[in-house]
Ligand binder design. Structure first.
Ligand SMILES: C[S@@+](CC[C@H](N)C(=O)[O-])C[C@H]1O[C@@H](n2cnc3c(N)ncnc32)[C@H](O)[C@@H]1O
Length: 241
């Protein structure tokens, strides 16, 4: 992100690693798995083990958000997806990551399904999306009629351990007039795939070469939409810069 000029991006859509293995609960902490031994994320990501000391993790994410905010145009916005959790009796509401950023709204993403092995807890079914905006950000026409609780089933047919469902990203991107969209934790490329489908441009950053290859494959398989150029000729918009 440091190579991206100031105020050059219309929209950031991202879901960072959640630091899930730095957890006191559910057998995730030491990687032995327990009841979670089949969970896709038990091994962490291919090039990131998702197990940082909490303070280090929060500082890293604040640094990332600072960069995302720097590259945003004056009418841009960040949709930053995260999860709240209770850790050793303390609420981790991610305030230590997002404080000081201009949060305009919190959207609840209600996921479906899952199996609850723990008799002491209700089945967790939601994540949060922080809408962090520059002052002149406005939604696309009519998008403000969506509520702030969105229900989308999580993605099941993807080799990546924590992919976005395409429908969620479609809701976000098509709710804006953004032309250039950045995902600094792109994983399997869902943000780019949906941007391409909607005829928008994208930049994706991902640390794992394997996930980059997966993203490239998915992007190639995606048909871009047609736009009209200055000469009123239909042009296949490839979605690539
Ligand atoms: C929650 S996943 C994103 C999944 C993505 N939304 C999708 O639809 O596939 C977070 C991603 O961040 C990547 N990651 C971790 N550390 C990174 C870093 N320093 N730079 C770039 N990507 C990183 C992981 O490899 C992982 O793919």
């Amino acid at each position: 992100m440091k190579e991206i000029p100031d105020a050059s991006i219309d929209l950031v859509v991202t879901s960072p690693p959640y630091n899930l293995k730095n957890s006191t609960g559910n057998g995730m902490k030491d990687g032995r798995g327990g009841k979670w031994s089949n969970a896709a994320l038990i091994k962490g990501y291919s090039h990131h083990d998702d197990n940082m000391p909490h303070d280090e993790y929060a500082k890293w994410q604040r640094d990332c958000l600072t960069e995302m905010f720097r590259v945003l145009k004056e009418d841009g916005a960040i949709f930053y997806n995260h999860k709240w959790r209770v850790q050793a009796g303390l609420l981790q509401d991610r305030q230590d990551i997002v404080h000081g950023f201009p949060i305009r709204q919190i959207i609840i993403w209600r996921r479906k399904g899952g199996i609850n092995f723990n008799p002491g807890y209700f089945l967790p079914t939601y994540e949060v999306i922080y809408l962090i905006t520059k002052p002149k950000f406005k939604l696309a026409a009519k998008a403000n009629s969506y509520g702030d609780v969105w229900e989308f089933t999580q993605e099941m047919k993807n080799e990546h351990p924590a992919p976005f469902p395409e429908a969620l990203i479609d809701r976000i991107i098509s709710s804006t007039n953004a032309q250039l969209i950045l995902d600094p934790f792109m994983g399997s490329g869902t943000t780019a795939v949906v941007a391409k489908k909607l005829g928008r441009s994208y930049i994706g950053i991902e640390i794992s070469p394997g996930y980059c290859a997966l993203a490239e494959k998915r992007i190639k398989q995606t048909q871009g939409s047609f736009r009209y150029n200055d000469f009123n000729e239909p042009t296949l918009f490839s979605g690539q810069l």
